[in-house]
Design a protein around this ligand. Structure first.
Ligand SMILES: [Zn+2]
Length: 482
């Protein structure tokens, strides 16, 4: 943690999602914490390490991307019109068998998109295959390098990844072998996870004050009950969140019913582990009882509106879930399912996609609801509720500065609304994470983004050769499932 003191002078301040006005004021940051907001009196000479001229800028809380996959960041532009199983196989082809350097480059690509567009914290649900400790060390070292506030959701499955083998169609034996044999999607033995996860937590959790870890079922239906209970116990022991995909597709809802005789949410409740530690990406195929249970336990739904629309998996019942009291955070999902990691676009989609079908405007998700999802509720998902998501004394110093001379900010009418409906991330000039300037005049200060982007250009061709069998499997599934 840095102990530097930063003073932002004379910015317009959007303190948080509920703020009605944007008064001009100063923000004093000491170490990783905001210590004063408003009129900060002149400080004694030498006591300020860094003064930032905030005139003409809007200071807003950094956005929190509560569901993304760093490994998919190289997949922008692929898979238009593919079914969910075909998309999942294409993702396997692109993201499997990466070297530590390729894992790092995908993180830097993700970080470059988020830092330059105003996102300061994230949950990376990584990887897409059975992981090794070396994979996890590579991804964690890369996130530490970026300066972003990161929760690495250690994604695993100790059961069968059956929902991506479509029912009732002929797929080549070589494809099923990849799932059932000793391949990439073979179940991760729980005995190994019991060793790996605590070891990773011990070595990485809390590193730099910005790196967190959490257990993360790929999807509860791809895991044994014992593994889910282990996640709950591990999270309890270390006070961690638990992250997962939940009921993203209709097929997953059907599989859960067949397997449990009840929905996945009801099953987590039956196991006694549904709680406010859970943040659940997608949460689309929930029934009334599931929504009531999520609200009762304060389990968090992470809405990914663009991804859901892009792959056509369904639409989260956001207005009903908000009304029922389910906490809702927001994510972009990986770039394979939603080509960029721009949270302003995710907010906009969250506030707009349901409106045409919902005549009662009182039920609409407002811009402020969407901003709350991307700030306070995201903070809740990474277990920093009350400490992150607003610009106020005592809060962690994750702050983004936007240029108010950008045309979509002129005139300044309603900052929260314009941040959601008008901003694209393009007016971001400065980002501070945990009291450290990580983006300055639009340039990333923590790593060489240009070099990383140049190196990524050649990765695709290498992966096509290395993973030819997986690309063939993806093609076979795409042909079989129109
Ligand atoms: Zn996802």
């Amino acid at each position: 943690m840095t102990e530097a003191t930063i003073l932002i002078r004379g910015a317009r301040i959007l303190a948080g999602a509920q703020a009605a006005t944007t008064p001009i004021g100063d923000i004093l940051i000491r170490g990783n914490t905001i210590v004063a907001v408003g009129e900060v009196p002149p400080q004694s000479p030498g006591s300020i390490d860094r003064e930032i001229d905030g005139r003409g800028l809007l200071a807003a809380p950094g956005l929190i991307n509560a569901h993304m996959h760093s490994q998919s960041s190289t997949m922008s532009g692929f898979a238009d019109g593919l079914s969910h199983p075909a998309f999942m196989w294409l993702t396997q082809a692109h993201t499997s068998r990466r070297t530590p350097q390729e894992i790092r480059l995908a993180v830097l690509l993700s970080a470059a998109q988020m830092l330059t567009t105003g996102t300061t914290a994230l949950i990376d649900h990584f990887p897409g295959q059975r992981f090794s400790t070396a994979d996890m060390d590579a991804v964690l070292a890369a996130w530490e390098e970026t300066g972003l506030r990161t929760t690495l959701a250690m994604r695993f499955f100790d059961g069968v990844f059956s929902d991506i083998i479509p029912a009732g169609i002929e797929v080549p034996a070589s494809v099923t072998a990849l799932v059932s044999g000793s391949g990439l999607l073979a179940p991760h033995p729980l005995a190994e996870l019991r060793e790996q996860m605590p070891d990773l937590i011990t070595r990485w959790h809390g590193r730099s004050g910005r790196i967190g870890l959490c257990p993360a079922p790929s999807n509860p239906d791809r895991c044994s009950d014992e593994a889910l209970l282990f996640c709950a116990e591990l999270a309890q022991r270390h006070d961690l969140p638990i992250h997962t995909h939940l009921l993203e597709t209709k097929a997953q809802a059907r599989i859960a019913r067949e397997r449990y005789g009840e929905s996945t949410v009801a099953h987590l409740e039956r196991l006694g582990i549904l709680s406010d530690r859970w943040s659940c990406a997608h949460a689309i195929w929930l029934d009334e009882a599931d929504i009531a249970l999520m609200a009762q336990r304060q389990a968090i739904a992470v809405h990914n509106p663009e991804s859901n629309a892009r792959i056509g998996t369904g639409r989260m019942r956001t207005p009903e879930m908000l009304a029922a009291g389910v906490p809702i955070a927001l994510g972009t999902d990986g770039s394979g399912a939603n080509d960029n990691l721009v949270m302003q676009e995710a907010m906009r989609a969250a506030a707009l996609l349901h409106r045409s079908d919902l005549p009662d405007r009182r039920q609409w998700v407002s811009a402020r609801d969407a901003l709350r999802m991307a700030t306070l509720e995201g903070a809740r998902a990474i277990r920093l509720a009350g400490q992150l998501g607003e610009i106020a004394p005592g809060q962690l110093a994750d702050i983004v500065l936007y240029r108010l001379d950008a045309p979509w900010w002129r005139p300044l009418n309603d900052a929260a609304s314009q941040l959601v409906f008008a901003e694209t991330g393009a007016a971001v000039t400065t980002a501070i994470v945990d009291g450290r300037v990580v983006l300055e005049d639009g340039r990333i200060t923590t790593f060489d983004a240009e070099a990383a982007l140049a190196e990524i250009e050649g990765m695709e061709a290498t992966l096509r050769l290395r993973n030819a069998d997986l690309f063939a499997a993806a093609d076979a599934i795409a042909r079989a499932v129109r």
